[in-house]
Ligand binder design. Structure first.
Ligand SMILES: Nc1ncnc2c1ncn2[C@@H]1O[C@H](COP(=O)(O)OP(=O)(O)OP(=O)(O)O)[C@@H](O)[C@H]1O
Length: 992
């Protein structure tokens, strides 16, 4: 048998007539209840403080007017048993008459006494027939409604009491089935159920199904099975245990009523349930605690097992407190539900309100003629933008723009294609087709600008002036790609910016270091979502001219992608032969880049692809000597650092000795970036000291003074000194820029983030100056060599000189890296008691070429030793180990050849090399010394390490002679063509 509860609709249908009869009255009751529940607390609690006033009144009214008490119901039994009445809702049934009942299975929720529930009976034709027959005879039909157990409890064996009763009853009735039998047809049902009256039976779709409307009467326990099909059981009627109506119980009942009222207030759905309950039950007697508790339990949504345990509870006070707990939980659940509902509703209302307002705004604007619809406004914007550009734009671009505008006109604004076309037109109409900034090829002006911006770099400046002179004669500066090569921090990027200033071109910088995606240069195809043009088209848009100076930084660190080769894309971009018709993937229209001046920067030429290098004009920048660093620091870096830290002029200064120490002990690298950082650090600390002292006076600028500064700034900006681009670039405040202002052109534009930060180097200070005036009345702070470490910490470990005097087997060499020149040591040691005689091991992250040089040096040293000292059998008897510190730095190149030979011979002869001697030069197997690169860098490195004697290949004499007098001062160079000369200098010094 399968029986299930149907939904509320079914319930309503089957009891519609009963509801109609009572609707009016219950509505008035509920209205009273709801009105009271919305009223203030004072209203709810009577003046004497006794809570139950309200509910007693309500239920009292209900009881008085409509409800039938149990005794009244009992009175109607006799009548109903014989003569059923339509209005007799609760029909009492004498217990003695009903010891056996047919079982109706409840699939969810037990049925509580006094409560109606609809039940669907399926596949149980016999049961339906029995009930129908009883009804037809005009008698009331009663059944036992038992809840089906959860599957896990279903197999629970009958408890011993039941079994005992069963065996006892079996003797009374021979037709009773013994529950000890292995098959128990009621095993899946709980033992305690409800004796119920079948109020209505509606036939179902088939003969074996029907809908029943059951009304619970009282609790029963099944004791034995009478028949299996239809299932009929013997029952005993359960009565509540007697209880005294004490204060606790009263309070509990009041709380139950209050909680029910809360539920009603929180969730209208409970109102509906409650209404149904009242409609069907007629009344809930507040004095009848058992009924009240059962009614309350039937309202909750607790799980079946919990409700069943309440049904099984015959102790009314215990049942009441359990039910109260369930009701409280229900209230919490309702509150949570209300919170969630509120959140969702408020969000929806907000969105709807916004949408509504937007729509209203749109229609108001339209009405007032302030805005036409999006599409026509957009088309007009493009048209206005394109009109002035049209005349100078190439034919292809004109055709494409017109086609795209026509296409846009026919597209739905909500379609994805609309946005693609719109973005495309945004780019096409924003490019500076054929618009140029006026160039100045004035050599005197260029020299002045270059000198203002940079100290020294004479040869570099000379090359730039030559370039400008040629451009002047040819009438244009195109056709050349300049490449500035040198160690970091020597001013390559800032020279690039100065060139833009001298030529009066707009400036755009982007870095290609680590770039591996061709799309960065050539753009994405328009078919991709979020497609963008490449960097160069972005540059044209942001500079607004077709002839900017584009600085391509870190061109030696160009990555290599798996999809396309960025170097080839860069070549196409830079090559003057090809770039007049450069086609960006996104634009798909040729763009003329022949007027763009490209300047690249690199630390080394080795990694620049050959074809690219071929098209570049290389300008080398070497590292700075101490004197140059000092001059740069004094003239540029120190004033800038003080200004940026907000230190008033004259409040602090760095003594010469401190500057010397800073340059020689803290900032030994080739460039001046680290020196700049250290000076900034010093002045930041100075700023802190000044602020801590009480000698500082900070006065905000007076309004008119402020105004004056602002107007000065404004005039400076209009004359090109202070350019702030719409793309977020910060203003550039390079000193002495006034000469670039003649035609009101701004000379610099920044388009990429790194350049923004560089532009910002000098920018913010002027603004902070404009807001307040800072004056210092104390003694000026003088930072000398003794106090320098308070500002910069201890000098970093001087790696260049790890030996004060070199032991036998150790020789100082000179190296050249992309970071500038450096001194390095070659160490050779005998491997103690080694079996491998004459072998050599090398360590120190040596590259292939370096390792080959050590092999050559070893072979040559063996032969040379036998020539100079035939008795010495060192190389044939001992294994040697050659190491080049520092072990973590990769080293390569052939120029350490002569240094390795000298280290091996020094070890073999057990004689240290002459003090203060450093050497560089490639050695061949026959001992010839070949030229090397980076002479200037190596000389600088030797000077930094305090070396006095340098050995250079003869072929490098020319390079050395070209060095400035300052660099060569205090150095003794030896130019050698064969190793023998080095041997004499390094190891036979006492013979001279
Ligand atoms: N000769 C110089 N005169 C004045 N300032 C200089 C000079 N050389 C470098 N500087 C300053 O040093 C700082 C670092 O220079 P820059 O950024 O141009 O170095 P870079 O050679 O481009 O380095 P990288 O290779 O790391 O990009 C800048 O503030 C620059 O103004």
């Amino acid at each position: 048998m399968s029986i299930c509860s149907s939904n509320a609709a079914l319930l309503q249908r089957s009891i519609g007539d009963i509801l109609r009869q009572r609707r009016t009255y219950q509505n008035s009751v509920l209205n009273t209840l709801t009105a009271r529940s919305f009223s203030s607390k004072e209203d709810d609690v009577p003046e004497d403080g006794k809570q139950p006033g309200l509910m007693s009144t309500i239920f009292g009214r209900m009881r008085g007017s409509n409800a039938k008490t149990e005794s009244q119901a009992e009175k109607s039994v006799a009548k109903s048993d014989g003569e059923p009445s339509e209005n007799a809702l609760v029909v009492s049934s004498p217990e003695r008459k009903h010891h056996k009942v047919y079982v109706v299975e409840l699939s969810r929720k037990p049925l509580f006494p006094g409560i109606y529930t609809p039940v669907m009976v399926n596949k149980n034709e016999k049961l339906i027939k029995e009930i129908m027959d009883t009804k037809k005879q005009g008698a009331q039909a009663y059944v036992g409604a038992f809840l089906r157990r959860e599957p896990k409890d279903a197999t629970k064996p009958l408890d011993s009491t039941t079994q005992t009763e069963t065996s006892a009853s079996s003797s009374l009735n021979s037709s009773t089935i013994d529950l000890d039998s292995t098959v128990d047809p009621a095993a899946q049902l709980y033992e305690i159920g409800t004796f119920s009256q079948v109020h209505t039976i509606l036939p179902g779709d088939s003969a074996d199904s029907a809908q029943l409307l059951l009304l619970g009467h009282r609790r029963i326990r099944r004791t034995a099975i009478v028949s299996a099909d239809p299932l009929r059981v013997r029952i005993e009627h359960l009565r509540d245990e007697s209880y005294s109506n004490n204060d606790i119980l009263k309070a509990t009942s009041m709380e139950i009523v209050n909680t029910m009222r809360d539920l009603l207030h929180l969730n209208p759905l409970y109102g509906e349930q409650f209404r149904t309950l009242l409609s069907l039950s007629g009344s809930i007697d507040l004095q009848d605690m058992s009924r009240l508790v059962d009614a309350a339990a039937s309202l909750t949504s607790a799980d079946d097992a919990k409700l069943q345990s309440i049904l099984e509870e015959v102790n009314v006070p215990d049942r009441a407190s359990d039910v109260l707990m369930l009701l409280k939980k229900e209230v919490e659940l309702c509150k949570l539900q209300a919170d969630i509902r509120d959140q969702v509703e408020s969000k929806i209302t907000k969105d709807q309100r916004r949408m509504l307002l937007m729509e209203q705004l749109k229609s108001i604007k339209k009405e007032l003629g302030l805005e036409r619809d999006d599409k026509s406004a957009l088309l007009q914007k493009f048209q206005e933008r394109w009109e002035p550009r049209k005349a100078l734009a190439p034919e292809d671009a004109c055709r494409v723009v017109e086609e795209e505008m026509a296409k846009l006109g026919g597209l739905e604004p909500s379609s994805p294609e609309f946005n693609v076309t719109r973005n495309y037109l945004e780019w096409l109409t924003a490019l500076p087709w054929g618009q140029h900034s006026k160039e100045i090829f004035d050599v005197a002006h260029a020299k002045q600008v270059l000198d203002e911006d940079h100290h020294g770099l004479e040869d570099v400046k000379e090359r730039i002036l030559e370039f400008i002179a040629v451009s002047r004669l040819r009438g244009s500066a195109q056709g050349k790609i300049l490449c500035l090569v040198g160690p970091p921090g020597v001013g390559k990027t800032s020279i690039g910016r100065s060139i833009a200033r001298t030529l009066h071109r707009k400036y755009y910088r982007f870095s290609v270091g680590g770039l591996y995606d061709v799309a960065e240069i050539k753009g994405h195809r328009r078919t991709y979502v979020g497609a963008m043009p490449g960097k160069i088209v972005q540059c044209l848009k942001s500079t607004g001219t077709s002839n900017p100076l584009v600085l391509i930084d870190e061109v030696d660190k160009l990555g290599r992608g798996h999809q396309g080769d960025p170097a080839s894309a860069l070549l196409e971009l830079l090559d003057p032969e090809q770039n007049s018709g450069f086609v960006d993937h996104y634009l798909d229209v040729p763009v003329d880049l022949s007027k763009v001046l490209f300047v690249c920067t690199a630390n080394t030429l080795d990694t620049i692809p050959g074809p690219l290098l071929d098209r570049m004009e290389i300008i080398r920048l070497s590292g700075y000597a101490s004197d140059e660093k000092r001059a740069i620091a004094r003239r540029y870096l120190e004033p800038t650092a003080a200004l940026e830290a907000g230190v008033p002029s004259g409040a602090a200064s760095l003594a010469d000795s401190a500057m010397e120490l800073l340059i020689n002990e803290y900032c030994r690298e080739a460039g001046v970036r680290n020196l700049k950082k250290q000076l900034e650090k010093v002045y930041r600390k100075v700023a802190l000291k000044l602020v801590k002292s009480d000698k500082l006076e900070i006065t905000p600028l007076a309004a008119q003074e402020d105004q004056k500064v602002k107007s000065e700034e404004a005039s400076a900006a209009s004359s090109g000194q202070d350019v702030s681009e719409s793309d977020g670039a910060l203003p550039n405040l390079s000193a002495g820029d006034s000469s670039t202002s003649q035609d009101g052109q701004s000379s610099e534009t920044s388009g990429s983030a790194p350049s923004v930060s560089q532009e910002a180097e000098k920018g913010p200070t002027k603004k902070s100056e404009a807001q307040q005036k800072v004056s210092y009345s104390g003694e000026p702070l003088l930072i000398d060599d003794a106090s320098l470490k308070d500002y910069c910490g201890q000098p970093p470990f001087a790696q260049d000189r790890i030996y004060v005097s070199t032991p036998p087997g150790v020789v100082m060499g000179l190296a050249w890296t992309s970071m500038g020149g450096a001194t390095l040591y070659v160490e050779a040691a005998r491997v103690h008691e080694s079996e491998a005689k004459g072998a050599m091991t090398t360590t120190g992250q040596l590259g292939d070429v370096f390792r080959e040089s050590t092999a050559i040096a070893h072979t040559f040293a063996r032969r040379f030793l036998s020539d100079v000292d035939s008795e010495n059998k060192f190389f044939s008897t001992a294994a040697v180990h050659v190491h080049v510190p520092a072990g973590s730095t990769p080293k390569d190149g052939p120029s350490a050849g002569c240094t390795i030979v000298t280290a091996l011979l020094s070890l073999a002869l057990n004689k240290p090399v002459a003090a203060d001697l450093a050497m560089t030069g490639e050695v061949t197997l026959t001992g010839r010394i070949l030229p090397i690169g980076g002479v200037k860098e190596k000389v600088l490195a030797a000077r930094r390490s305090g070396v006095k004697l340098i050995v250079f290949p003869e072929a490098n004499k020319r390079d050395y002679d070209e060095l400035s007098e300052d660099l060569r001062r205090d150095l003794t160079p030896y130019f050698v063509s064969h190793y023998e000369q080095i041997f004499k200098l390094a190891l036979q010094y006492d013979k001279n």
